[in-house]
Design a protein around this ligand. Structure first.
Ligand code: ADE
Length: 221
């Protein structure tokens, strides 16, 4: 079983996405376990403070090192082999290759920040820093959910053969998927490319490869 842990101030953020579709089924069938750990539980003062103002001044609040590091230690105690990942816009870019790499691990712990970010010293306690892309989210939670979803669907036995991940976009050397069509044959004047109706499988295969390559070139892959 793949064991995910999420360190967060907002565990409820994950309730809906984990109770839908593929993640829901993966959890129900025991292929995946997801445990949310509330960072605030590791604050030791009476107000359970998890954030503070930055030294040197400036706007916003930072996640304090003490409760966050205590929560990381708790995660490592629960899952001694866990790989701890901090979600931050200054991390390295998350990719499909990275998602595949995580499926080889027994456990991944995703650390989500709020406010303006983390005290820099927290970085010494994580194994990796990941960014979803060059934009700033209001917290690490949406990024952690994307990482988790992309890993779950790649785990062995999670997808049925009809949903197979083998032909996904990005799995083959950065080549994007080809365009897909289903019924009706003509929708608001837009017809399905005739080659797909031809029954000629060699031609269909060639057309799909060409389309995928064109898309990859256009998107700069
Ligand atoms: N936290 C805020 N923005 C983020 C991003 N783009 N990627 C990962 N974590 C984040």
């Amino acid at each position: 079983m793949f064991h995910a842990q999420i360190l967060t101030l907002f565990p409820e953020f994950f309730d809906s996405p984990l109770s839908c579709s593929i993640p829901k089924r993966a959890i129900a069938t025991g292929l995946v376990a997801v445990d949310c750990i509330q960072i605030r539980d590791f604050a030791t003062d009476k107000h359970h403070t998890v954030d503070d103002t930055p030294y040197g001044g400036g706007p916003g609040m930072l996640m304090k090192p003490d409760p966050v590091v205590a929560s990381i230690r708790a995660a490592r105690e629960r899952q001694p082999d866990t790989h701890v990942v901090m979600l931050t816009p200054s991390g390295t870019r998350f990719t499909q290759a990275k998602a595949l790499e995580y499926t080889e691990k027994t456990s991944v712990t995703l650390l989500c920040g709020r406010y303006e970010g983390f005290d820099e010293r927290i970085c010494d306690y994580v194994d990796e820093q990941l960014s979803l892309g060059d934009y700033v989210l209001s917290g690490g939670e949406p990024a952690a959910m994307c990482v988790l979803d992309s890993v779950i669907r790649l785990l062995p036995d999670v997808l049925g053969s009809a949903e197979s991940a083998v032909l996904d976009s990005f799995t083959e050397e950065g080549i994007l998927d080809w365009p897909h069509y289903t019924r009706p044959e003509v929708f608001e004047g837009k017809a399905v490319p005739p080659v797909l109706l031809s029954g000629n499988h060699a031609n269909i295969e060639r057309w799909r490869r060409e389309q995928a390559q064109q898309r990859s070139r256009r998107s700069g892959q």
